[in-house]
Design a protein around this ligand. Structure first.
Ligand code: MFK
Length: 554
């Protein structure tokens, strides 16, 4: 009989992989733990079910209808069937609301993002509008604008699919998404209110009910200090867009289900959120939240790619054996698992600090750490997600490159993670900005030292030394480059990634010791040793001299 390969199957992602459960056992209050585990098991089953549905729904993409049959401009976006389900699932399972649940205290963010890690990868990047909804809720709450908070927070944080609203974030214009200081959208007074005029070039989740956006009030100075943050309610009581034209949907490499649009704003009513020249500062809570979502999305997609690659290795035979029994294939998978484990522990530490910050429970040192960890976790995990998912589809050979297996989508979706919410280089410069505010570098140093100090097992000595050496190198680079801005900026990515990988290794060492102490075995210790072997210090020996080579090469 002819041979047909069995496709890879997805197992319950929470049950299959121990590290998330072990981390939560370590960090979530005992009184909350059993309930959380039960919830995550159920979400894991739902994740398997929706993975199957997403394969079946693969060909459905959002469709923009600009005109109705009678010539009216309607700009209606029809999303995919799975996205319609995802909206209801997200509300019902509180994928945003849980993070604000007062009964969970500072651990609320751990509950929320654990659920997002388990279910998110099966929802066709519905995490995009959820991330922005969460960011908007945080920004509104921080703004202190009682009227807007009362109007929108109950909807953004609703668990009822019929009442939950989502929010967009419209920052990027044709002038760029990184340098927002040259944004062209203008805000004009209209009686007591404001109206916006301009073009927004990447607006994801255009189906949302509200959006936060930057615009320059007429008469304000140029540059980012002249921008204000506005809140826009997209539709009137009849469901018609208010001074908004959807010009087209973007034809993207991945995130194909996300209806990313180009918009023209022509008199869109908007309400300022905070002072009229403080827009960039006012939107930073949103950036911190969406960047945290980005890191968690990276973790979830790495898990998804690895789970499929591991399952494939247990079904696929070549050269007389299952792939999993081939030493080189197993070695490759092991290295990828270590990357995933490091990324998970760093990203969840950022999540934990976010929760503590929101409950006023951070020490000054932890506040510095949180500011630095957000960009570091985002940029480090984004790069790992692309590398790991690329390898994961390679592990499936040609099938990994064929669209109707569904496998390539893992990589195509991961590729957005180092781009949106700030590219790796923009985030590296943000890391410098964070480290430049006194105390952050010391806080990172102290965090690594604490983690490594706890890892006393002899089997962790080698990875501990690798982390210590990488940290020392990063600190000495900072000390030497502080006075030379060109060297500092040129080395910013190497520095940020080295700090990210050093932190990841230190968390792996700490977690490994805890696993050994609590009888959970040596898997985490193996991850620490393998991660150290994958490479941690990326700074190199001669950043200053490399500037000359850069001139020759770039
Ligand atoms: C599904 C669709 C897929 C589509 C594909 C994706 C396509 C791409 C779509 C996008 O474009 S997504 C948008 C990506 N863009 C960004 O994420 C923004 C990147 N730029 C930055 O992050 C800039 O650093 C930022 C705009 C935040 C600020 O730059 P500026 O204009 O030079 O302001 P400045 O002077 O550095 O900072 C202003 C204030 O904010 C300062 O505070 P003070 O006034 O008190 O000194 C900063 O310290 C503070 N600040 C800046 N970044 C901060 C921050 N505070 C806290 N956290 C931060 N991250």
């Amino acid at each position: 009989m002819a041979f047909f390969q069995e496709p890879p199957r997805l197992a319950n992602p929470f049950v299959e992989d121990p590290i998330l459960g072990d981390f939560l056992a370590r960090e979530v209050p005992a009184s909350q733990h059993d309930g959380l585990v039960q919830t995550l098991r159920e979400l894991g089953e739902l994740s398997v079910e929706y993975y199957g549905k997403s394969l079946a729904d693969r060909a459905n993409e959002p469709v923009l209808t600009q005109w109705d049959a009678w010539g009216n401009r309607v700009d209606h976006i029809e999303v995919s069937p799975l996205w319609r389900d995802a909206q209801a699932l997200a509300a019902r399972h509180g994928l945003v609301a849980t993070g604000y649940d007062p009964s969970l205290g500072p651990a609320a963010r751990l509950h929320q993002f654990a659920a997002v890690t388990v279910l998110g990868p099966s929802l066709d990047v519905y995490s995009c509008p959820l991330a922005m909804t969460d960011g908007a809720a945080r920004t509104l709450a921080d703004s202190g604008n009682r009227e807007l908070m009362d109007r929108y927070l109950p909807r953004l944080l609703s668990r009822d699919p019929l009442t939950m609203w989502t929010s967009g974030q419209w920052m990027t214009e044709r002038t760029g998404g990184s340098d927002v200081s040259i944004s062209e959208t203008v805000a004009r007074r209209d009686g007591d209110g404001w109206r916006l005029f301009g073009t927004k070039w990447f607006t994801s989740a255009t189906t949302s009910q509200i959006a936060l956006t930057l615009a320059r009030p007429e008469g304000n100075p140029e540059g980012s200090r002249g921008l204000a943050l506005f809140c826009v309610e997209l539709r009137d009581e009849n469901g018609r867009l208010r001074g908004i034209t959807v010009n087209r949907l973007k034809d993207k490499l991945g995130t194909r289900k996300v209806p990313t649009a180009e918009l023209t704003l022509d008199g869109t009513p908007a309400v300022p959120l905070g002072a009229l020249g403080e827009g960039v500062r006012a939107i930073t809570p949103m950036l911190s939240v969406t960047r945290t979502w980005n890191a968690i999305a990276a973790v979830g997609l790495m898990r998804r790619g690895l789970s499929l690659a591991r399952d494939f290795a247990r079904r696929r035979r070549a050269f007389g054996a299952l792939l999993i029994d081939k030493p080189l294939h197993a070695d490759t998978l092991a290295s990828l698992e270590a990357e995933y484990a490091g990324a998970l522990l760093l990203s969840f530490r950022a999540v934990q600090l976010l929760g503590l910050a929101e409950h006023g429970a951070l020490s000054p040192e932890e506040a510095h750490l949180a500011r630095a960890l957000t960009p570091i976790a985002k940029l480090t995990s984004g790069k790992q997600a692309v590398a790991v998912t690329s390898e994961a589809i390679e592990c499936c050979g040609g099938a990994g490159y064929v669209e109707d297996t569904g496998l390539p989508r893992v990589l195509a979706d991961a590729q957005v993670l180092p781009i949106w919410e700030g590219t790796t280089n923009v985030l590296s410069v943000d890391t410098l900005r964070a480290l430049g505010k006194g105390g952050a570098l010391d806080a990172v140093r102290a965090e690594v030292a604490t983690n490594l100090g706890l890892a006393r097992d002899a089997g962790l000595a080698a990875p501990r030394r690798v982390a210590e050496a990488a940290l020392e190198h990063a600190l000495s680079f900072c000390a030497h480059a502080m006075g030379t801005p060109v060297t500092l900026e040129a080395g910013a990515r190497r520095l940020a990634l080295t700090l990210g990988r050093t932190l990841e290794l230190s968390y792996l060492c700490r977690h490994a010791q805890w696993c050994l102490d609590t009888g959970r075995g040596g898997r985490a210790a193996a991850a620490a040793r393998r991660f150290a072997h994958n490479g941690v210090d990326l700074i190199g020996e001669r950043v200053a001299q490399d500037l000359e080579d850069t001139r020759l090469l770039a």
